[in-house]
Write a protein of this length. Structure first.
Length: 396
């Protein structure tokens, strides 16, 4: 086999490259053949990136040469080696490659046994198995397995993979779907096995139970958040999502506390705008009344004037579900003000919002947002408020 060509000829039929033996008629020819072999081998090594050894690039071809008759070549120490040996027996050439291969095969078998033991231990310890999946970064390959289920079951399994809270019996029963499908990548990393049978009926029932279990837990969690901030658009959107029978993703759940905090900050800004606007409106009404004639001032209706100003100046942001009150700078123009939540221009004037039932006159002389009623399960659970110190994992 020429050393400058990929050794695929032996790779298909032999576990390692056998020694290339050359019997010639003179010592000079034997030495010359070895020199050419070494030159070609060095050239091939410099260009080793141009071919592959099918994962066996650790093997280096060897050559032996002699100038003796066959019977002497078999029994006498007359062989020269490309590795620099002289006066070698034939067995001295044949044995080292086999010994190296046998040693590596033994190490490979030991590694496979270790991996199998690890796989069995992970199957027995589901908590450890999930931690290994999360830490080795192979969760994506396991998430691909969830595509065998309906969207709700698939999301439930992905939530199970991403959680780090200790699993309860329902979660353990569903997680067994993953523990039965452990595999290894070429680098020896934990991954999902390939070409596996579809989920069994028992596994489908376990995943269905998990989805229902998570739906109830998410409803309890969102309802407790609702008790803390009933006006938050994020919470109301989450309630509508869950009430429709769907589950929230892990990132959606984890973002809810932050969205509540942001909403409270926005409410503070909205209240500041409201106070400044009411002061401006009262001054505007006083000036308008003073500009009237004496008789007109007697029949002047401040409440009607306030409503006319509000209809011209106030807007409503549908995506955020709240009033858009102009700032002092906005009052110098007639354009729509920015929303305190999304910082975008409001899209609905107050007249349209009244017509669509989005706002109503408030009892305090201003306007109140009309929120749609929440489901009964929210009100029942909201009676037990979420503790201020409770975090995401404690509640969900």
């Amino acid at each position: 086999m020429p050393p400058t060509t990929p050794p695929q000829a032996w790779a298909d039929i032999h576990p390692f490259p056998p020694v290339l033996l050359l019997a010639t008629t003179s010592e000079a020819r034997a030495e010359g053949a070895l020199r050419r072999f070494e030159q070609r081998l060095a050239q091939a090594q410099r260009h080793s990136h141009s071919f592959h050894y099918r994962g066996r690039d650790e093997w280096e071809p060897e050559m032996g040469a002699c100038a003796r008759y066959p019977d002497e070549a078999v029994a006498e120490p007359v062989w020269l080696s490309s590795r620099g040996g002289d006066g070698l027996y034939l067995t001295d050439l044949l044995r080292p490659p086999w010994e190296r291969w046998a040693e590596r095969e033994h190490a490979h078998r030991q590694e496979e046994e270790r991996r199998e033991q690890w796989r069995q231990s992970l199957r027995a310890d589901l908590e450890r198995c999930r931690r290994e999946i999360q830490e080795c970064g192979s969760s994506r390959s396991f998430e691909d397995l969830t595509e065998a289920f309906d969207p709700r079951g698939s999301l439930a399994l992905m939530l199970l993979l991403q959680r780090d809270h200790e699993m309860d019996p329902t979660e353990r029963a569903a997680f067994a779907f993953f523990s039965r499908r452990l595999g290894w990548s070429r680098r020896g990393d934990l991954t999902a096995a390939d070409d596996l049978p579809p989920p069994s009926e028992q596994e489908r029932r376990a995943v269905h139970s998990l989805a229902s279990h998570y739906a109830e837990r998410q409803k309890r969690y969102v309802a407790r958040l609702y008790a803390r901030c009933p006006d938050s658009p994020a919470i109301r959107n989450a309630i509508a999502h869950l009430d429709g029978g769907d589950l929230l993703r892990h990132d959606e759940l984890s973002s809810l506390p932050g969205l509540i905090a942001a909403h409270r900050d926005n409410l503070s800004e909205l209240q500041r705008r409201r106070r400044a606007y009411i002061i401006w409106r009262e001054k505007t009404i006083v000036r308008a009344r003073r500009a009237k004639r004496a008789l007109a001032r007697l029949v002047f209706d401040p409440r009607r004037a306030a409503e006319e100003i509000d209809l011209a100046r106030l807007w409503f942001c549908k995506p955020c579900g709240q009033l858009a009150i102009p700032t002092e700078r906005d009052l110098t123009t007639t354009s729509a003000p920015d929303c305190c939540s999304c910082r975008l221009r409001a899209d609905t004037n107050l007249t349209e919002a009244l017509g669509e039932g989005l706002v109503r006159p408030g009892d305090d002389g201003f306007w109140a947002v009309c929120h749609p009623p929440v489901p009964a399960w929210v009100l029942e659970e909201a009676a037990r408020p979420l503790a201020t110190s409770a975090g995401l994992q404690e509640e969900w």
